[in-house]
Design a protein around this ligand. Sequence first.
Ligand SMILES: NC(=O)c1ccc[n+]([C@@H]2O[C@H](COP(=O)([O-])OP(=O)(O)OC[C@H]3O[C@@H](n4cnc5c(N)ncnc54)[C@H](OP(=O)(O)O)[C@@H]3O)[C@@H](O)[C@H]2O)c1
Length: 295
Amino acid sequence: MRRVLVTGRGGQLATGLAEALPAQGFEPFLFGQPEFEFEQPATIAAAFAAAQPDAVVNCAAWTAVDAAEDNEAGAFVANAVGPALVARHCAALGIPLVQVSTDYVFDGRKGAPYVETDAPNPLGAYGRTKLAGEWAALAENPQTIVLRTAWVFSAVGNNFLRTMLRVGAERPVLRVVADQHGSPTAAPDLADAIAAVLARLRGTGWQAGYRGVFHAVAGGTTTWHAFAEAIFAAAAPLGGPRPEVQAIGTQDYPTRAVRPADGRLDTTRLAQTFGVALPRWEQGLDRVARAALAS
Ligand SMILES: NC(=O)c1ccc[n+]([C@@H]2O[C@H](COP(=O)([O-])OP(=O)(O)OC[C@H]3O[C@@H](n4cnc5c(N)ncnc54)[C@H](OP(=O)(O)O)[C@@H]3O)[C@@H](O)[C@H]2O)c1
């Protein structure tokens, strides 16, 4: 196994995979819009024909959580129909697919970290369409691994860290939600974990126990407010902004989509099956902060 097709080229995770895969001896073939579009199935076929992949990581997705509420059909094409088509190509080739998913498939009411067997109950359109994508990817390809992650941040793309650095440079005081819990996951760390999972597949060959859902987030949990404080603490010595960060409740920051208040994910299954564990979120922040300030 050597050639890995990666979708969503311009995105956070695909950018991380462009570095992480070669470090494990894989050759990445990245495809992005407009030459790879879920709305155009012929572009998917063309990507497979060009890459001749031994494995696929499907990172492309509709990730605009609030906008999905106003165009669930559009989100469904990217998050469910697209994965189905990709999985079908993988099945035809008999190759593994890593389908990336989200903690937003849960309602956040468990009160403890979710395990993979917990019943999903998405609160919004994004979570619903991503859950449909999990089912489609699993149904269409017997060699599918669904990796659920959360709160992804990196030095590129749209994410909380970059928003904080931008807004923090403009305003002396920020108000950030302090009652939502999760694990901020650095895209380069998640990319390393995915490359390590593929390396395990390469070493062992496909095993029945690999199929299914796995949780893959950084170690430790926090709130958006505490994450913001940590971002500015990391950024200030590097010349970044240091605004005051006030804690507010979710009810004080209404958004179009309802988000799970507690989307903590238990990652034991990933560690036990693949021997893979992501670093703590604070380490991920250290890894990303300098590059984010430079970008
Ligand atoms: N970001 C998070 O906090 C988060 C949390 C949990 C799970 N996830 C999941 O992790 C994965 C990677 O997320 P990410 O943060 O790397 O996402 P991202 O930065 O938003 O990148 C998504 C990529 O998908 C592409 N894309 C969107 N719609 C498409 C379509 N219809 N056809 C083809 N490509 C399309 C985008 O292309 P353009 O750049 O051209 O628009 C973009 O390159 C996704 O499956 C996401 O659902 C993300």
